[in-house]
Design a protein around this ligand. Structure first.
Ligand code: PRP
Ligand code: MN
Ligand code: MG
Length: 190
């Protein structure tokens, strides 16, 4: 028998804690999106945001469009390459639109700064960021919001390698409904 759960050393936020906090962030975001005069475009960053985004937007009663981009910088390891690549682009035209980028985690900030520059070039009138986890201890690049953009964050993450609720190690563990710390022997080669 194999299990993903048995590779977790400790749980940081349980499924219930995640759901409660996502509800709070959704309420904050909803209040802001309902004050806009036109629908926002919610842009999920695949793959990591694939659980947070639907849990969030289903709790936001405001007119909005949903689209995805794919940005990759970690490959199979635990360290950022520092050179994110946009490997799948938007379908929706964001020119003149309020964009809300939805992420699972902001770590070094490289992914977001690359994506924000890309969205700004496409003419987004404001760019907000809504991230499930924020890990400020590892930041290398400040996240520069655009226009009236705001920064929404679920939890501040300690400086350790976490998985679950969208976050992976080598594409695994994303489906865990909680956030946990992976047992070090699962990713250390020695
Ligand atoms: C992870 C995570 C964020 C980004 C954050 O994506 O989902 O998108 O890294 O790291 P940063 O702030 O240091 O750039 P990853 O490249 O692992 O792709 P994935 O979403 O497919 O897992
Ligand atoms: Mn990602
Ligand atoms: Mg990843």
């Amino acid at each position: 028998m194999v299990s993903a759960e048995s590779d977790i050393e400790r749980v940081l936020w349980t499924e219930a804690e995640v759901a409660a906090r996502v509800g709070e962030v959704a309420a904050e975001l909803a209040a802001d999106l309902r004050a806009l005069t036109e629908p926002a475009v919610v842009v999920g960053v695949a793959t990591g945001a694939f659980l947070f985004l639907p849990d969030l937007v289903r709790r936001v009663d405001a007119p909005l469009a949903v689209d995805f981009v794919r940005v990759e910088s970690y490959g199979g390891g635990t360290e950022s390459s520092g050179k994110p690549r946009i490997t799948a682009d938007l379908k929706v035209d964001v020119a003149g639109k309020h964009v809300v980028v939805v992420e699972d985690i902001v770590d070094t900030g490289n992914t977001l700064s690359c994506l924000i520059a890309h969205l700004e070039k496409k003419g987004a009138s404001s760019i907000s960021v809504c991230t499930f986890l924020d890990k400020p201890a590892r930041r290398k690049v400040n996240v520069q919001l655009v226009g009236d953009g705001k920064f929404y964050s679920g939890f501040e993450c300690p400086d350790c390698f976490v998985v679950g609720y969208g976050l992976d190690y080598a594409e695994l563990y994303r489906n865990l409904p909680y956030v946990g710390v992976l047992k070090p022997e699962k990713y250390k080669k020695d």
